[in-house]
Write a protein that binds this ligand. Structure first.
Ligand code: PAF
Length: 273
């Protein structure tokens, strides 16, 4: 496995090889990322993993400064997972000048849920992913379903901008107690870590009640009340259509999405119904 920090080195390394599969990450890697790399490796093409903590997708009040930066460990883990090339650019390499041209995603998909709480988040994500796609020119790019809305926004970007790339999804990887793996889990204290699986457990209970015919509004209101009573600060708990995150009418496949803060750690999760 080779590690490159500049676009020029990466491009010359990839020249002449078959188009790779790209796994974009912000590092702080865990088993969830490695599962994306394994899915990518199964495609029989070179696997490129990018590691870049993208300032554009963080609001000034968010955790850009404390986001885990563990490059040496990430590189070791990637080597074991079957990655061929790591692209870990510096900020100056990816943003040599202020990034004034940005991707403006559709408000329908990106102004709701995460986007309602983090207004510039999807613009930041789309802009960096579009840049990475231009740099790597992959055949496919793989994203985890844990960031469900991000996946839908990026799929829509690829479709609307006619990008020559397949956007693939991989399942969320969970700890044995149900907590979705996330680089941000490292912020949790031991006590919060013990409590954190409540988020997924609540989503699973909601899914059960929806299947029993309880209305989405009732299920959402009860979940918000339960999480709040247990000390979480939920931003949203919402039952939506899987296809476009529109209001769920119960006729089409649904997904329950949630974001809630425990202590100083904001966690997101979702469950398809
Ligand atoms: O999901 C992430 O880790 C990031 O949002 C991504 C897609 C790597 C863009 O910075």
């Amino acid at each position: 496995m080779r590690v490159y920090h500049t676009i020029a080195e990466l491009r010359s390394a990839l020249a002449g090889a078959s188009r790779p599969v790209l796994v974009p990450t912000m590092g702080g890697l865990h088993e969830g990322h490695l599962s994306l790399v394994r899915v990518a490796a199964a495609a029989g093409r070179p696997v490129v993993t990018s590691i870049f903590v993208n300032r554009l997708q963080f609001a000034p009040s968010e955790d850009f400064a404390r986001y885990p930066r563990t490059l040496d460990r990430d590189v070791e883990l990637l080597e074991g997972a079957g990655c061929d090339v790591v692209f870990a650019p510096t900020e100056v390499e990816l943003y040599p000048e202020p990034q004034l041209f940005k991707v403006l995603p559709s408000a329908q998909l990106s102004a709701v849920l995460e986007g309602a709480v983090r207004p510039d988040f999807f613009t930041g994500v789309c802009t960096v992913v579009l840049k990475l796609l231009h740099i790597v020119q992959p055949h496919a790019a793989i994203f985890g379903k844990k960031d469900y809305q991000q996946l839908l926004v990026l799929r829509a970007m690829a479709r609307q901008l006619t990008l020559p790339v397949a956007i693939s999804a991989a399942e969320t990887v969970r700890a044995s107690d149900g907590l979705a793996l996330s680089s941000r889990n490292t912020y949790l204290t031991d006590e919060q870590r013990r409590q954190a699986p409540e988020l997924y457990a609540t989503l699973c209970q909601m899914a059960g009640r929806l299947r029993e015919g309880v209305s989405a509004q009732q299920v959402e209101a009860d979940a918000l009340r339960i999480l709040t009573a247990r000390g979480w600060r939920p931003d949203y708990v919402a039952v939506r259509r899987q296809a476009d995150l529109g209001s769920a009418d119960g006729q089409e496949p649904q997904v329950i999405l949630a974001a809630a803060t425990l202590g100083s750690t904001r966690l997101i999760d979702n469950v398809e119904v």
